[in-house]
Design a protein around this ligand. Sequence first.
Ligand SMILES: [Zn+2]
Length: 189
Amino acid sequence: MARKHSFHGMEVNSIARSTKCFQCQIQDTEEKIVEDNKRIHTGDCYEKYKEQKQRKVIENQEWSDLYEHIKQLHNALDVPPRNIKRLRGIKLSKNISYKLILDAYKIADDKLRWFIRDVLQDSNDAEAINKAMTVMLNSGLNEAYKQEKLKEQKQKSLEAKRDEFFIVEDKETKFIKKKDENDISDFLD
Ligand SMILES: [Zn+2]
């Protein structure tokens, strides 16, 4: 809606209109980007929006990988809603990713395949998938979590080493540069 106001006695049409930012929910006339049919403040709000969108893409992919794995493990046409609900509950209550749950399934794979064949006798209804999920929780999740933490620590120490390397390299570069400029100050001590 165009507003009219006076400027040095002239009437000026202002196109700035009050809209609500999808990200922070604040309604104002600040400039906004339109993406996915949503209006979002430029700057921090847009950065946050993009970050969350990216996280969602990754999470959907991880969920889809986990879903496929469970389906194949049990030779099932689909994973019943009851099992899906439990998986979501595990993820939320432990604040972990679907990727970590998939890692746990892979770590417990031998045990799971034995359990499915010899104990569940290849039944693959919601009850059976649920029991196998308990095996995954007991035999895979802690190990998967430990491995993830170790990987994170390794990554951090690699980054620290890389930073150290760049600092050393930077000092050397400065030293060489000094020599190239025929700085005689080194000989004046
Ligand atoms: Zn905003």
